[in-house]
Write a protein that binds this ligand. Sequence first.
Ligand SMILES: Nc1ncnc2c1ncn2[C@@H]1O[C@H](COP(=O)(O)OP(=O)(O)OP(=O)(O)O)[C@@H](O)[C@H]1O
Ligand SMILES: [Mg+2]
Length: 279
Amino acid sequence: MTGGSGGAPASAGAPPPPSGAGKIAIRDLRLEYYSEERRASHVAVDALSLDIFANEFLCIVGPSGCGKSTLIAAIAGFLKPRSGTLTLDGRAIEKPGADRGVVFQEYALLPWKRVIDNVALGLKLRGMAREERNRIARRYLEITNLADAAQKFPHELSGGMKQRAAVARTLANEPEVMLMDEPFAAVDAQTRMTLQEELLRIWENARTTVVFVTHSVEEAVFLGTRVVVLTPGPGRVQATLDVPIARERRNWRTINADAEFVAIRDRVLDLVRNRRSAA
Ligand SMILES: Nc1ncnc2c1ncn2[C@@H]1O[C@H](COP(=O)(O)OP(=O)(O)OP(=O)(O)O)[C@@H](O)[C@H]1O
Ligand SMILES: [Mg+2]
């Protein structure tokens, strides 16, 4: 369905390459919003099937309004499927859980708490003793290059630092799956590049599964081991593309001279613009 030009392997709608059901298995998913006022439902996602595999870095792109945030909300457990199934390790996702951490576009740090206490918050809520939770928080502050900012308050941090603190807080909970909805949309271009490179390093060190939503095709191909393109709303999987680019080639100094990166990026761009979808 996605045509065959360019070197990037792609499969449209079909199950992705690794065998067996994913860590997260999504089958024929339909997600709706009900408006009391209009007494009508709006279908945000329909007939969406997708496997998300353990330890992969899956990026989801698609036009505005196609249902990306809705899909993230459903995987996080904030929104129930209208029909179809959504499972994590074979069990239906019915509510939020500590196995899934979410990083939103807004940093949502508590302004009255120091950075280290923000990062340790989830652990505190789980009843962990102060010494232990601070030890874990410090580890993730180091991974996110924020060790020196541990005792600061959020208003003393730059936008990029706040975003890293939000990532550190999610990581400190040691979720099996990190769900990220345009987490870098609000930071400047230079900081964003740094955060993207750091996120890859963090993902490598923490060995979690990442599901990352973005408007930016370039960001998706830079970060993802696989990119899923959704159709305009209601969102379905239009295509999935593997990004077989080694981790060490993924840095912004050289990536734009990498022919494979450029080919995959252009392919995804065409898909998002829908030019080859009917091929
Ligand atoms: N709380 C809500 N109530 C009703 N409809 C909603 C709600 N949130 C989203 N929608 C609708 O569901 C559809 C999907 O929205 P969603 O926010 O998932 O899109 P998106 O792909 O994340 O878009 P963007 O790229 O702009 O963030 C849109 O048509 C939107 O208007
Ligand atoms: Mg969104």
